[in-house]
Write a protein that binds this ligand. Structure first.
Ligand code: ADP
Ligand code: MG
Ligand code: MG
Length: 885
């Protein structure tokens, strides 16, 4: 780290203003903005900022202040004294300051602010004289001894509190404000001895000594374990340290014409362009957040002091004109005069982010590009899901993983069948399971929410729920599920099938009773953002959908096709599962074909429905992918039923299950391997697709299916299956004497590393590629997605992995395969259409990567389509602005 400048202190005040908002690296966020506000003429108490570079020097010097630093501080104090007409430590009219910390990025763990610094036994009397109020001066002094002792010298705060309580009771005072001058004097003496006992020295009576110790304390707070850890976790690197802000005190506790407050220039939860905040009359600094007294809403301020409220409104205008962003400010009023103590960009909800961005464009403050990049794409999901009424009370039982956002409540169903049965009766049920498997899909579908006690963010329950935009809390390990007695117990409380539980999929909270929800309303601003995003993005956005309903929902959200239509869920519905099982249990090809013949009309009508919902848009249908055992059941009673229904013995069912058993099913007999060994399954599916396409076309629906073959690892697999698909299509066309064009594209998923490595060979037989990044990540890392819970949390905790690679694409590893697969694929076939359809297709960082390697589209779950549209636009805009500089 190189120290660039010998100037270590930057002044802000009327005398001169040396910093600006663009100097955050050097002056910290707080210091840079204090300087900026001063420069644009806002009322900021004057002061100066010691640079972050000085903090770096301090650490380089093994925790010693740079030699001439305090000299420079002293000369700035002198300027400050001249500007304010006050003298540091004076017994007449003393200069009192605050010492504050502030790095370039806001982070917890930095030193807390010390107020009232410069008060001593001597200057105390000066302050009393200057304000004509001795009680006030005494109160400020005892606060300093407490704060300085606690924050700078590490004296335990409770020891001060104890003395405070003792003296309050001695003087019969209930509130802090009821202690009179003699009481306060006693308190100061008591505080001084607490200080002395803990530090082995007297409370410093030299104000410069107070100042120096505070500056050192701020610098060393840069390396507190908490701050270091925070920077590590958030990958904040390259910062030099924290700055120190020394600023003239203003007092909000000077009486009924004084006060302090915090405000946002717009409502941070709705975005409405109205000043939003709280204030306290006759209070200092932190009292507003400390919750000792209840602050008043800013709306009430005009009743108190209309002139000050007008000043605040004018300040809001000036700040927003200048920063072109919603600001979060701190202010204090000293005897009728307003002062600003801080401003920064305000944090906001997704709803507010969208509204503020669009409003600011309409107001002419920002461009559309700026509006688009300002909104965190992920936050858009908040706009699409119901939420709990924020005012409602929550009886939180436990907190699980926030697996799929949303807010919902219902009674408890303990099996998929129960969920189906009860919801058919019109009940709202939550499906409560240890974990879920494909067998539970029907119950999951009808449930209003899903709660599991095991499983992680990528468990079956989580992935399926997210895909549907259904609320899910997973891995709530404190919950004991007693399936037999149909109860759950948690925290010593038990809930039965008819009790209501609420789930907050955004926080992971599991709540007793029904918390009222609010439905989202899609605002005009949301539509505007989506429209603008579409103008800027190059990537197309498709959706992963298996039903006409989901397809339609996704289309409403702007999906431009289906990138992944899984066919396996279709087999779980109704009586189809029986035919599916009959097919699997079949001993001869002929038997298998007869079961498949029963399934065919169902598949065909599924596809007709989807083609209709996606009229005119491409629909990529993946042929059967999971290992067959997933369609069978381990439950004995169901096995018996099945045996009886099919007229075979239960032993036969069990035997077949044994045969199908695999040690590593995810690497076993699945994907295209199924079609190679049981071509009749492929034939049935392709027949259903082709027949559906022809029937749709005959009915005026513009169906455009694409047939996707999963889990291909070599060109020969694809070549072999491709010819089977083509042959089947021709047979159907002939049989239906169809004369028109069908143009059914045939392509493959790239989800095995070998496929990416040999993409040029594979592309000879594929019209499109779709990166199945779930499996590709699994196989590239050698992680089993279903077992990942046993070690991934530890990996993240130890920061061996910085994030879950199943949620955000591992750019340096899996990303290489994507890039290579894309380049090799296009080198063999330059018109090759390439997309991605894993969970990553809805993740903004992964989408940016897809834009940068020039994919054609991303495909994600319906509820993430708006997120993907915005993220794709942001990626495009980012690239644009890079190429300008
Ligand atoms: P944080 O970064 O934790 O918000 P701050 O330094 O902003 O810490 O300040 C803590 C509180 O003290 C805030 O309410 C702030 O407005 C108040 N404060 C800081 N400096 C002064 C000052 N010079 N005069 C009056 N109040 C101050
Ligand atoms: Mg602050
Ligand atoms: Mg796959």
């Amino acid at each position: 780290m190189t120290i660039k400048s010998l100037k270590r202190v930057y002044y802000f005040g009327k005398t001169m203003s040396e910093g600006s908002k663009d100097m955050k690296e050097l002056l910290g966020g707080k210091g840079a903005n204090l300087a900026e506000m001063t420069a644009i003429g806002l009322p900021v108490p004057p002061g100066f900022t010691i640079t972050t570079e000085s903090c770096a020097e301090y650490n380089q010097l093994d925790r010693n202040l740079p030699k001439r630093l305090m000299q420079e501080v002293r000369s700035n104090m002198e300027i400050l004294e001249r500007e304010t007409g006050k003298v540091f430590g004076s017994e007449d009219n003393p200069l009192i300051v605050s010492v504050r910390s502030g790095a370039a990025a806001s982070m917890p763990g930095m030193m807390d602010t010390v107020l009232n610094l410069g008060l001593t036994d001597q200057s105390l009397e000066g302050l009393a004289k200057a304000f004509g109020n001795r009680r006030f001066a005494l109160d400020a002094y005892r606060r300093l001894i407490n704060m300085f002792g606690d924050v700078v010298m590490g004296v335990p705060h409770e020891q001060f509190e104890k003395e405070f309580d003792r003296i309050k009771s001695q003087y019969g005072a209930k509130l802090d404000t009821e202690l009179d001058e003699t009481g306060l004097e006693k308190l100061i003496d008591a505080y001084k001895s607490v200080y002395q006992k803990n530090t082995g020295e007297e409370f410093p009576q030299n104000p410069y000594q107070q100042l120096e110790k505070s500056v050192e304390a701020v610098f060393s707070s840069w390396n507190t374990p908490r701050a270091v850890r925070y920077r590590e976790i958030n990958e904040i690197t390259g910062l030099m340290g924290t700055a120190v802000n020394i600023q003239t005190m203003v007092f909000g506790n000077m009486g009924e014409d004084s006060g302090t407050g915090v405000a946002f220039t717009r409502n941070p939860s709705t975005g409405v362009n109205k000043f939003y905040g709280e204030f306290l009359i006759n209070a200092q600094g932190e009292d507003v957040v400390a919750g000792i007294r209840t602050p008043k809403n800013l709306d009430e301020m005009s009743v108190w002091r209309n002139d000050i409220y007008d000043q605040l409104l004018e300040t809001k205008r000036i700040l927003e004109d200048h920063y072109r962003e919603m600001q979060d400010i701190e202010f204090t009023i000293e005897r009728g005069t307003l002062y600003l103590l801080q401003t920064r960009t305000g944090k906001r909800t997704g709803v507010a982010a969208v509204k503020i961005a669009v409003d600011m464009f309409v107001e002419g403050r920002i461009t559309r590009r700026e509006a688009l990049v300002r909104i965190p794409a992920n936050d858009l999901t908040q706009l699409l899901l119901p939420t709990f009424d924020p005012k409602a009370k929550r009886d939180v039982l436990t907190v699980g993983l926030p697996a799929s956002p949303g807010a919902t409540f219902g009674m408890l169903a303990f099996s998929a069948d129960e969920a189906v049965e009860r919801s058919e009766k019109g009940e709202s049920v939550l499906l409560v399971r240890k974990d879920t498997s494909p067998e539970d899909v029907s119950g999951m579908h009808v449930a209003v929410g899903i709660l599991t006690s095991t499983g992680g963010m990528t468990s079956h329950a989580a992935v399926v729920a997210r895909g549907w935009g259904k609320c899910c809390v997973a891995g709530a390990g404190e919950i004991d599920i007693d399936e037999k007695n149909r109860t759950i117990s948690v925290q010593g409380r038990t809930f039965g099938a008819n009790d209501i539980i609420s789930l907050d999929g955004t926080s992971g909270e599991v709540i007793a009773g029904a918390v009222p929800t609010q439905d989202p309303e899609l605002s005009e601003e949301f539509s505007a953002i989506m429209e603008w995003a579409d103008e800027f993005r190059r990537l197309k956005v498709r959706t992963n959908a298996d039903t006409p309903k989901d397809a339609k929902k996704a289309r409403d959200f702007g999906a431009e096709g289906i990138g992944l239509c899984r066919t396996e869920h279709m087999f779980f519905e109704d009586e189809r599962i029986t035919d599916m099982r009959r097919m699997i249990l079949a001993e001869t090809e002929q038997e298998r074909r007869s079961s498949l013949d029963n399934l065919l009309p169902h598949q065909r009508s599924d596809f007709i429905g989807i083609f209709k919902a996606m009229d005119g848009l491409p629909v990529t249908i993946r042929l059967l992918d999971p290992p067959l055992h997933e369609f069978l059941t381990q439950e004995e009673s169901v096995q018996e039923e099945l045996a009886e229904h099919l007229g075979i013995t239960i032993e036969k069912v069990k035997l077949r299950l044994e045969q199908l058993h695999e040690s590593n099913p995810m690497l076993g007999h699945r994907g295209c391997r199924l079609s190679i060994t049981y071509p009749e399954i492929l034939e049935m599916q392709v027949r259903a697709i082709t027949e559906a396409a022809i029937e749709s076309k005959n009915n005026g629906v513009d169906a455009s299916p694409e047939i996707m073959i999963p889990l291909v690892g070599s060109a020969r697999e694809l070549a072999y299956l491709r010819s089977k698909v083509e042959k089947t299509i021709e047979i159907v066309k002939d049989k239906m004497s169809y004369q028109g064009t069908l143009d059914i594209a045939i392509g493959t998923m790239i989800e095995i590393p070998r496929a990416a490595l040999t993409a040029d060979e594979i592309a000879k037989h594929a019209e499109f590629f779709s990166f199945g990044t779930n499996d590709l990540t699994q196989m590239t890392f050698g992680f089993s997605r279903d077992d990942i819970n046993t070690f991934l949390p530890e990996y993240i905790k130890q920061e061996i992995l910085l994030c879950d690679p199943f949620q955000s694409l591992d750019v340096s590893g899996v990303g290489q395969l994507l890039e290579m697969g894309t380049n090799k694929g296009r080198s063999a076939r330059n018109k090759l259409k390439i997309g991605i359809c894993g969970e990553h297709g809805g993740d903004p960082a992964s989408i940016e990567f897809c834009h940068n390697i020039d994919l054609d589209y991303v495909s994600c779950s319906p509820f993430r389509v708006p997120v993907a549209r915005l993220a794709a636009a942001q990626a495009a805009i980012k690239k644009l602005s890079f190429s300008y500089d």
